[in-house]
Ligand binder design. Structure first.
Ligand code: C2E
Ligand code: CA
Ligand code: CA
Length: 276
């Protein structure tokens, strides 16, 4: 038993060093990934429910890792946030997404929204507004199409600072959406105070929205709230016709989810829009 105990102990320390080592390696790889242009953006259609038209896209980050293949954001964004690398990665995202949008608009695609996700770390960073302004100037994309998606938590961070930042963003003409609305811990007063444009109903609320189930009153309340404040409202993670039916009945404006399309590389999104 004594022997076994010692082995167990050694097992744990080895495991810890192993994970620390992996983290260091990942951090180094993240730094290189930007230089080597290993990041790519996929785009998921945003669909107007009244006529099923694709009215916009959300840019979603992927890392084409040379050995591990295509990595989704949850594999690397937490570490990118921890190390601050998310700021440079985020700047690349903004620039790249605006450039892509510009080329779609130039080719006559009727897209009115380019949604870009912002980490709370980026939102706190002082260079944020400048980097958006730069992307607008360099790509010539109309600022009114840019919709920044932030979480409630990001907005609650440090009210004074955030308020100034939002005022500057609004002065630029960009729009603001609350991502995963209803999952954060916050008051509702900021919806007015920050002049929010859209609420995105969290996927977790939509997933069992079918009539009679527990999330129905939640979703219905969020749609009513949005209506009464004159905000747009979009449901995330729409996977089934039954969900779409219920959301349409409630008067939800927009939907996004596998029912319409998975996130796609830009060429495939092109085909989807021009073919349909
Ligand atoms: P999110 O902003 O809530 O994005 C929606 C996520 O749900 C995406 O995952 C999307 O692929 C997935 N999704 C879309 N439709 C469905 C559906 O019908 N069913 C299910 N089960 N999932 C669906 P993804 O692309 O893995 O992104 C995960 C999260 O990573 C995003 O959540 C966002 O918070 C973050 N993220 C993505 N791109 C960026 C970025 O450029 N910058 C930052 N800071 N965060 C990003
Ligand atoms: Ca989002
Ligand atoms: Ca979300």
């Amino acid at each position: 038993a004594k022997e076994g105990g010692r082995n167990t102990y050694r097992f744990y320390t080895d495991a810890l060093t192993q994970s620390a080592r992996e983290k260091l390696a990942l951090e180094a790889a993240l730094r290189l990934a930007l230089e080597r242009q290993e990041f790519v953006l996929f785009y998921q259609p945003l669909v107007r429910l009244s006529d099923r038209e694709i009215t916009g896209v959300e840019a979603l980050l992927r890392w084409r890792h040379p050995e591990l293949g295509v990595l989704p954001p949850e594999k690397f964004i937490p570490l990118a946030e921890e190390t601050g690398l998310i700021v440079s990665i985020g700047e690349w995202v903004i620039q790249e997404a605006c450039g892509q949008m510009r080329s779609w608009l130039d080719r006559g695609l009727e897209l009115s929204t380019l949604a870009i996700n912002l980490s709370p770390v980026q939102f706190r960073h002082r260079g944020l507004v400048d980097s958006i302004e730069r992307a607008v100037l360099e790509t010539g994309v109309p600022p009114g199409v840019i919709e920044l998606e932030v979480t409630e938590t990001a907005l609650m961070d440090s009210i004074g600072l955030i308020e100034q930042r939002i005022a500057r963003l609004k002065a630029l003409g960009v729009r603001l959406a609350i991502d995963d609305f209803g999952t954060g811990y916050s008051s509702l007063s900021y919806l007015r105070r920050f002049n929010i444009n859209k609420l995105k109903i969290a996927h977790s609320f939509v997933s069992n929205i079918e009539e009679g189930e527990i999330n129905q009153p939640l979703v219905s309340t969020i749609v009513t709230l949005a209506r009464s404040l004159n905000l747009q409202v979009m449901a995330e993670g729409v996977e089934r016709d039954s969900q779409l039916g219920y959301l349409s009945k409630l008067g939800c404006d927009f939907g996004q989810g596998y029912l319409f399309s998975h996130p796609l590389p830009p060429e495939e999104l092109d085909r989807l829009i021009q073919g349909g």
